[in-house]
Ligand binder design. Structure first.
Ligand code: C2E
Ligand code: CA
Ligand code: CA
Ligand code: CA
Length: 276
């Protein structure tokens, strides 16, 4: 127990100690990875619902030789501020990958890069993003920044300005994890994005919950009215594909087509066509 002021004691349970130890361990590992380029990217394709062709990829970070999931280490990277450096690393790797595909005459596809709320707070964010894209001389529209709905809501006015600035430079924007926050649909009309990505949790419950279907239908309708393309993630079976296609969802991502794969594998997937 630790004394805090007079007469007050805070007791740590063994679970709390264990959790703290785990967190410190991950933090140490992350620090090492930042220093020694211990991260790599996997790529997961997004398929066009109409043609079945691969339309783009999402870059997903991994720690080399480790199976700690980003769902676990990204929040720790955010708390410690390391996400800033990690974020620029991820962007640069994706941009380099596009450069490499162009140089080798591969049928190049846009790459989506996840951006954390913490990164948006960095004053130099837009400038740095442009610098990285210019360094490798690629078309900015080949990069799609995925910003979560909840990150956007953290500082709405400011983040809308940031997105406007990025869009002016030609960078594409996706609103990620749509449907997990509490924002009203109304705010979609203010954000100059290109895509909304509807969260997997939504798709999972779709067939069990008539209400979810209705909302999905409504969101797709509204998104199209606002000139936004709809991406759905977590597609695992043909029934989901068929239904979401008939609903007008434009692009799909999920294990039905491919899990996230190494760059060599991703390159082969550029010519993949999904047959219904
Ligand atoms: P996300 O952005 O929602 O990414 C989609 C996640 O769903 C990925 O998990 C992907 O592998 C997984 N997924 C895709 N299709 C399916 C499917 O059909 N079934 C199932 N069960 N899962 C599917 P992953 O790679 O573990 O990433 C988890 C989260 O970590 C991401 O969720 C994102 O929030 C975060 N993340 C990953 N890479 C980065 C990064 O470079 N930067 C930041 N800031 N966050 C990242
Ligand atoms: Ca994402
Ligand atoms: Ca997502
Ligand atoms: Ca998600």
């Amino acid at each position: 127990a630790k004394a805090e002021g007079r007469n007050t004691y805070i007791f740590f349970s063994s679970e709390m100690v264990e959790e703290l130890e785990q967190k410190l361990e991950v933090e140490k590992l992350l620090l090492e990875c930042v220093k020694n380029r211990g991260f790599k990217l996997l790529y997961q394709p997004q398929v066009c619902s109409r043609t079945g062709r691969v339309h783009s990829f999402e870059a997903l970070i991994r720690i080399k030789d480790s199976n700690i999931s980003p769902a676990k280490f990204i929040p720790i990277a955010e708390e410690s501020g390391m996400i800033i450096d990690i974020g620029y690393f991820v962007l640069e790797e994706a941009v380099k990958q596009i450069r490499d595909w162009i140089d080798r005459n591969v049928d190049v596809k846009p790459i989506g890069v996840n951006v954390s709320a913490v990164q948006l707070r960095d004053e130099n964010f837009t400038r740095r993003v442009i610098e990285i894209i210019n360094k490798y001389n690629i078309d900015p529209s080949l990069i799609k920044l995925e910003i979560t709905e909840s990150a956007l809501m953290e500082d709405k006015e400011r983040n809308i300005e940031i997105i406007k600035g990025l869009k002016e430079k030609g960078i594409q924007i996706a609103i990620d994890d749509f449907g997990t926050g509490y924002s009203s649909l109304n705010y979609l009309t203010f954000i100059p994005a290109d895509y909304i990505k509807i969260d997997k949790s939504f798709i999972d419950k779709m067939f069990a919950d008539e209400g979810k279907k209705q909302v999905l239908d409504g969101v797709t309708f509204l998104a199209h009215k606002l000139n936004l393309k709809v991406v759905v993630e977590g597609i695992e079976d043909r029934e989901q594909f068929k239904y979401l296609k008939s609903m007008g969802c434009d692009f799909m991502q999920g294990y039905l087509f491919s899990k996230p794969v190494e760059k060599e594998e991703a390159e082969k997937l550029c010519s993949y066509i999904f047959k219904e």
